[in-house]
Design a protein around this ligand. Structure first.
Ligand code: TDO
Length: 184
């Protein structure tokens, strides 16, 4: 397991080893003990899988408030995404800053995003499937969002202006300035 720190404390890139042979390859995509040894002592309770048909589908930026805050371990089963985490921990020196990583079926990379972050991704190719493990259950009453293209966040999604494909909910998401972070 290759562990890659990012510019934001707590957000970590992980690349599990792939054992190649004539058939293809084998990889442990999640091993609690290996991650504990790497400093990530996490318990997951829910696995999610989403499929996005159009290229440039943006899902995010999303969060669940405490007591249902979710840490997420994200990877791509088919296609490619640019995965983004925005630090919204009020006491963090990097509050409001974002970090992004290309995750693809080919590169096998994973991004761990702890609680206290907004999370979103853009698909870079058609028919992209994303899988992620969560540390708490889906709790709609704690669900919230912030506009992915908020100028205050200035996230470089790497896609042409106005090309994002959004859900109705995400298209109406509040501004970052109107978001009162629930994360201490
Ligand atoms: C997230 C989620 C959604 N749903 C349902 C609610 C709704 O009817 C349908 C689609 O939900 P959404 O539009 O919220 O799905 P989506 O926009 O894919 O939301 C996800 O985006 C990424 C970026 C995340 O980080 C996730 O935590 C989650 O917020 O699925 C569940 O049943 N369980 C879940 O865990």
């Amino acid at each position: 397991m290759q562990v890659e720190e990012t510019e934001i404390n707590g957000v970590v890139g992980l690349t599990p080893r792939r054992f190649a042979d004539d058939r293809g390859w084998f990889s442990e995509t999640w091993n609690q003990r290996t991650l504990k040894d790497a400093g990530l002592d996490i318990e997951f309770v829910q696995d999610n899988h989403s499929f996005s048909a159009p290229k440039h589908t943006v899902r995010g930026l999303h969060y669940q408030s405490p007591p249902a805050a979710q840490g997420k371990l994200v990877r791509v089963l088919r296609g490619e995404i640019f995965d983004v985490a925005v630090d919204v921990r009020k006491s963090s020196p990097t509050f409001g800053k974002w970090v992004g990583m290309n995750l693809s079926a080919d590169n096998g990379k994973q991004l761990y995003i702890p609680t206290g972050f907004l999370h979103g991704f853009v698909t870079l190719v058609e028919n992209t499937e994303v899988a992620y493990k969560c540390t708490d259950f889906y709790t709609p009453e704690c669900d919230g969002g912030v506009a992915f293209d908020d100028p205050d966040l200035a996230i470089d999604w790497g896609i042409p202006k106005n090309s994002a494909v959004l859900s109705t909910k995400d298209a109406a998401a509040p501004k970052f300035a109107d978001f009162n972070s629930p994360f201490a």
